[in-house]
Design a protein around this ligand. Structure first.
Ligand code: HEC
Ligand code: HEC
Length: 324
């Protein structure tokens, strides 16, 4: 039996290694952000809602000073400081989806500005061009550089493909959209897009509904993510083309339940976008995602464990056959 002692300590050490390994692995996958994003995606998320992306940002009180230059849009407070609220999910401001309706502001789009050089864009954001358009007390130099990288390389003009009235993507590659959706999205959002819901215009909506109500927000967040879902894979980081993004919206609009199916009978009208829907208050999808992440690492730990147990069994067997 004495001869067996080193073998047993070896086995105990192996088991400890497996346990420690799985704990370490679980920790890493919970913290390790697959969305280890580059400046363009980060800039896009700052554009969406810097107030929830920039850690420790000074959150201003009241409305943005420029907000009072318009009176169509009646939202107030912190949302009025978000780039997207003034410039639009389609980056076209007054010329795009925001040209009418309660969400319109009359403020300019940024497609033209996107071809300007960096120093001009810095001047647009540091108050040099317009003293009230100064974000330097809220965004660091790095944040501003990211948002500029996004403006210069991330803006996509989809409005040639999206009907501004019906908000439908006019065609595309349905099979490609389906494949991309099932590969990259269905695990969290479900085959029907209903697994997680989002706050939109005061109600909880599924992915299908959002795709019809606001394909632009859908596209922006599918490509670049949202602060609410740090674990979500991003189209931009996956190397998707502009068409890939539109194909996914096209698929979601036309094949998943949207709640707007009645439109085909010539019935229901789509309400104009009035609430830009700040980050959704959805703890449920957060939990689902957390479990997803845990399951992934657990699956890996089990595999690893099985592997080590296999080795142990092999060792024991070898030992026994030597003794015999
Ligand atoms: C309250 C509304 C509002 C918000 C919020 C806002 N902008 Fe603007 N932005 C404007 C208006 C209006 C202009 C037109 C020029 C001016 O008066 O400053 C403008 C101009 C610009 C320009 C220059 C456009 C050009 O053609 O030269 C850029 C770039 C820009 N904004 C980017 C941003 C970014 C990035 C953010 C978020 C960090 C942001 N804006 C937030 C209203 C807003
Ligand atoms: C790892 C899980 C996960 C995967 C995979 C995933 N998502 Fe998400 N997604 C989330 C979570 C969590 C949210 C945020 C829910 C909330 O707002 O509370 C979210 C939010 C979104 C939103 C923003 C909704 C809004 O409020 O505007 C869109 C759009 C979206 N996802 C589309 C997609 C698409 C398209 C794919 C496939 C490329 C995808 N997601 C893959 C977890 C995921």
């Amino acid at each position: 039996m004495n001869k067996l002692k080193p073998i047993f300590s070896f086995i105990v050490i192996l088991i400890l290694m497996v346990i420690i390994g799985s704990i370490w692995n679980a920790n890493v996958s919970a913290r390790d952000n697959p969305q280890d994003i580059g400046p363009v995606s980060r800039g896009a998320q700052i554009y969406d809602d810097w107030t929830s992306v920039v850690s420790g940002a000074a959150i201003p009180v009241g409305d943005h000073p420029i907000w009072s230059r318009q009176s169509y849009n009646t939202i107030s407070g912190i949302d009025t400081w978000r780039c997207v609220v003034c410039h639009g999910w389609d980056y076209q401001g007054i010329d795009g989806a925001f040209r009418t309706g309660s969400y319109s502001t009359g403020f300019p789009g940024l497609l033209e500005a996107s071809s300007k050089d960096k120093s001009t864009l810095v001047k647009a954001l540091d108050g040099s061009s317009d003293a009230q358009h100064n974000f330097t007390s809220m965004l660091s130099e790095d944040d501003i550089a990211s948002v500029i990288a996004f403006l210069q390389t991330g803006l996509i003009d989809d409005n040639e493909y999206i009907d501004i009235i019906t908000r439908k993507v006019s065609g595309g590659d349905l099979a490609n959209g389906k494949e991309k959706y099932q590969q990259a999205c269905a695990s969290c959002h479900g085959d029907d897009g209903k697994l997680a819901t989002f706050r939109y215009e005061g109600t909880e909506v599924s992915l299908g509904t959002l795709a019809v109500q606001d394909p632009w927000r859908f596209l922006h967040r599918t490509r670049f993510g949202t602060a609410r879902a740090p674990e979500m894979p991003l189209g931009y980081e996956l190397g998707w083309t502009a068409e890939d993004g539109r194909d996914v919206v096209y698929y979601v609009q036309s094949s998943l339940p949207t709640g707007f199916e009645i439109t085909d009978n010539g019935g229901m009208e789509i309400e104009p976008v009035s609430n830009l829907g700040g980050p959704a208050q959805n703890w449920f999808s957060g939990i689902v995602t957390a479990f997803g992440a845990m399951a992934t690492s657990l699956g890996f730990a089990i595999l690893l464990g099985a592997f080590f147990i296999g080795i142990i069994l092999l060792l024991v067997w070898l030992l026994r056959s030597r003794q015999a």
